[in-house]
Design a protein around this ligand. Structure first.
Ligand SMILES: [Zn+2]
Ligand SMILES: [Zn+2]
Length: 349
């Protein structure tokens, strides 16, 4: 296979984590890079917003008052999508109408008391505090007998439908393994049973050798634009060591994870000089009481922006009806991200 085929002609790429395909149409993007010229949207937020229901000391919608927290703050979501106390039921009419009850817990984690500081602008020590909360919550929720899966995710930016700009993430824990990690579990299992190594262990080795899609790496983690990426600037952070969840982080790995989170989010902000929107989340092994040697810890970043701070990629039309499609190649977007400074643009003025 000639590599230029991948840069010149339409093709499909296999997502080895889900087993699904993405259509790539590189011939449509012969236009030069214009990111530097895009208009900037100043994001000037106060350190404290009296109207924000996540800021310290403020009253939330359910009437509870937030403590005057000085680091992170965790609470159960006032409008949880899942409930811990809910009746158990099963519905199945001729395998045509199928439903089952689902118990769960939804938590909110405020990254810091600061209304204006995203991960990109926090220091790594404070990001380590956030990781500590993730570890505590993963352990606490995952050890509940009825919880089989814990999803930690951040939905950042209005464009992603996030209603509150105060930097925070969510943790949803539930009775069953949801669709996306379940697809990955099957792919991980298939590969591990055959090769006795994790799927991402071998994928990472290949990416490190080829150096075509690398964005950033440190001693413990590597960030790439995955070969099968759907979103223009999608990235995947993979641990160098095949660990299955954040409880297995060594001290140095925790620090390195904070470092790569800060660097990737900073590069994102630098791309269009805007507080970069995305949905991101950790993919960890299910908490179903089994050993998951096949699972390899990783984190996905799915940012919607395409050419500027205002042009968004829409998953519509062909994407909704057939399969995801992209124009700019993962190789090209990784090159752009790789070359961006690791220092935040606001600190360079
Ligand atoms: Zn706030
Ligand atoms: Zn994943």
């Amino acid at each position: 296979m000639k590599n230029s085929n991948l840069t010149d002609y339409p093709h499909r790429r296999l997502n080895i984590l889900t087993g699904e395909w993405t259509l790539c149409s590189p011939h449509r993007t012969k236009r030069p890079w214009q990111g530097e010229q895009s208009e900037t949207q100043e994001d000037k937020r106060p350190q404290y917003d009296p109207q924000c229901y996540l800021c310290p000391g403020n009253v939330r919608a359910n009437g509870e008052r937030n403590p005057d927290y000085t680091s992170t703050f965790v609470f159960t979501n006032d409008f949880s999508a899942l409930l811990e106390e809910a009746p158990k039921f099963d519905l199945n009419e001729k395998n045509l109408l199928v439903a089952k009850s689902q118990k769960g817990i939804c938590r909110v984690v405020n990254f810091s008391p600061r209304h204006d500081l995203t991960l990109a602008e926090m220091n790594t020590e404070d990001i380590e505090n956030v990781i500590s909360v993730w570890q505590n919550e993963f352990e606490f929720l995952g050890s509940k007998p009825f919880i089989k899966y814990v999803q930690i995710f951040e939905n950042k930016g209005k464009i992603m439908g996030n209603s509150n700009p105060h930097p925070h993430c969510q943790i949803w824990a539930q009775e069953e393994i949801p669709n996306e990690p379940l697809k990955e579990l099957k792919q991980f299992r298939k590969y591990f049973n055959k090769n006795e190594r994790t799927l991402l262990q071998d994928y990472l080795k290949l990416e490190l050798r080829k150096k075509e899609r690398l964005v950033y790496s440190n001693d413990s983690f590597v960030a790439v634009v995955p070969f099968w990426a759907v979103w223009p600037y999608e990235t995947l952070i993979v641990s160098r060591r095949p660990i299955s969840n954040i409880l297995q982080f060594k001290k140095k790995e925790k620090r390195d994870f904070a470092d790569i989170l800060k660097t990737i989010t900073t590069k994102y902000d630098n791309l269009f000089k805007v507080s970069f929107p995305y949905s991101a989340g950790l993919h960890q092994a299910p908490t179903d009481g089994r050993e998951h040697k096949e699972w390899h810890f990783h984190m996905h970043f799915y940012p919607p922006l395409l050419r500027s701070a205002t042009v968004k990629k829409f998953m519509v039309g062909y994407e909704m009806l057939a399969e995801p499609q992209r124009d700019i190649t993962p190789e090209y977007s990784s090159e752009i991200l790789r070359k961006l400074p690791a220092k935040h643009y606001k600190d360079m003025q």
